[in-house]
Design a protein around this ligand. Structure first.
Ligand code: RIB
Ligand code: CA
Length: 331
C-alpha cells in the first residue's frame, strides 16, 4: 500500500523537483498539492505547480489547491516583512536575470485550474477522510499548516508525520540567522513545532550536503523525456544562481532542498546525524527573526519535538532521485 502524502509547496525550482520525484515514486500516493506564497506570489507558485502536474500527465490524479497568500502575522510589521514575493533580483553581465526560481516555468500555460475550495476545508476533508494516516511534506513557508492547526487541530489525529524542508543550524541563507521557509513565517513554523505531531526537519545542514552537480544534469537530459529535460534545466538554473549568489562547498553545485525531503520518505538513510531534540523558532522579530534554535546539548530542559538532520548522503540522494525519474530502482 503506497504511503499517502500531501505536499505543501511554493513552486519554485526545487519544489518542482520534489513534486516530480514524489510523482515518479510508486511508494507514494499524492492526495493533493497545496501551493503557498513563498518563493514567488501565490498566483505564480500555483501556476507553476499546475504546469508541473500537467508535465507529469497527472492532472486527473493530483488535485492542486491554493493555500495562503501571505504569512500569518509577519508582514503586519513593515520592519519584519521580507518581501520575498519580489526576490531581490540580480542580473549578470549580459543583463540576464539570475534567479533561483523562475516566476513562470518555461512550459505550456496550464489548461487545468486549482480546486475551487478553501484550503483549510480541503486539508481537513482530505486528512480526516483518509482511511490511513497522512504524511505532509511541507517544502515552503509553513503558513498553511499554521492556519490549519489553529482552525482544525483535529486533523493532527490522522497525520502520520510532517516532513519539513526548512531551518538551518550551521547553515543559513536568507539572513545571517535564518533559512527562507522559516524566516517567511516564523509564527507558523513555531505552531507546527508545538503541534505534537511527529516532525522530521530536513534543514540546510542536510540539503547543502546533498547538493547536485551541474554534470549530473546531463544524466537527466540523456533520458530524452519532458520530465528529465525539465529537471536538467532546473539544475542548470539553480547552479548558475548558486555559483553567482551563494557559492557552496564546491563549484557548479546546487542543493535540491525540497527533493531531499521526499527522498527521505523513500529511503531514510539519505539523512545522516539525525538528532531527536528540541527545536524552536525565534519569533521575537529581532536580529535573529526566524532563526532555527536547535538544542544540541546532551542534557536538555525541554521535551524533544523533532528529528533534525545535520547531514545527508549526497551520493545516495542523487542516485535515488535519478533512478526514480529514469524509472528504475536499485535502492
Ligand atoms: O531555503 C530553501 C527553501 O526555500 C526551499 O524550499 C526553496 O524552495 C525555498 O522555498
Ligand atoms: Ca520550496
Amino acid at each position: 500500500m503506497a504511503r499517502k502524502i500531501i505536499m505543501d509547496v511554493d513552486t519554485g525550482s526545487d519544489d518542482a523537483c520534489a513534486i516530480m520525484l514524489a510523482a515518479k515514486s510508486e511508494e507514494l500516493e499524492i492526495l493533493g498539492i497545496c501551493a503557498v506564497n513563498g518563493n514567488r506570489t501565490l498566483e505564480e507558485t500555483t501556476e507553476n505547480t499546475l504546469k508541473i502536474v500537467e508535465l507529469l500527465g497527472m492532472e486527473d490524479k493530483i488535485p492542486v489547491i491554493r493555500g495562503a497568500s501571505r504569512p500569518m502575522v509577519k508582514d503586519l510589521l513593515p520592519s519584519r516583512a521580507h518581501n520575498a514575493q519580489t526576490p531581490s533580483v540580480h542580473y549578470d553581465e549580459n543583463g540576464n536575470e539570475i534567479c533561483y526560481h523562475p516566476a513562470s516555468f518555461d512550459l505550456p500555460a496550464p489548461h487545468t485550474k486549482p480546486l475551487e475550495k478553501n484550503f483549510i476545508t480541503w486539508y481537513a476533508d482530505t486528512i480526516l477522510g483518509s482511511g490511513e494516516p497522512v504524511t505532509i511534506v511541507a517544502v515552503g513557508p509553513l503558513t498553511d499548516l499554521g492556519l490549519l492547526f489553529r482552525c482544525e487541530p483535529k486533523v493532527l489525529e490522522n497525520i502520520e508525520e510532517i516532513v519539513i524542508m526548512g531551518g538551518g543550524h550551521n547553515q543559513v541563507n536568507t539572513t545571517f540567522a535564518s533559512e527562507f521557509n522559516i524566516f517567511m513565517d516564523p509564527e507558523a513554523a513555531e505552531i507546527v513545532l508545538q503541534s505534537g505531531a511527529k516532525i522530521t526537519m530536513v534543514p540546510l545542514d542536510a540539503t547543502h550536503a546533498a547538493s547536485t552537480y551541474l554534470s549530473e544534469a546531463k544524466l537527466f537530459r540523456d533520458l530524452h523525456t519532458p520530465v528529465g529535460d525539465m529537471i536538467a534545466e532546473l539544475i542548470e538554473i539553480r547552479t548558475n544562481a548558486y555559483n553567482r549568489l551563494q557559492p557552496l562547498w564546491d563549484k557548479d553545485l546546487c542543493p535540491l532542498h525540497d527533493a531531499l525531503a521526499v527522498a527521505y520518505l523513500l529511503d531514510p538513510r539519505v539523512l545522516k546525524h539525525v538528532l531527536y531534540t528540541r527545536v524552536d523558532v525565534d519569533i521575537s522579530g529581532g536580529f535573529a527573526d526566524g532563526a532555527t534554535i536547535v538544542d544540541t546539548r546532551v542534557y536538555r530542559n525541554m521535551e524533544p519535538n523533532c528529528y533534525y538532520a545535520l547531514d545527508a548522503d549526497r551520493d545516495l540522494f542523487n542516485r535515488i532521485f535519478y533512478e526514480r525519474i529514469a524509472g528504475h530502482k536499485s535502492v
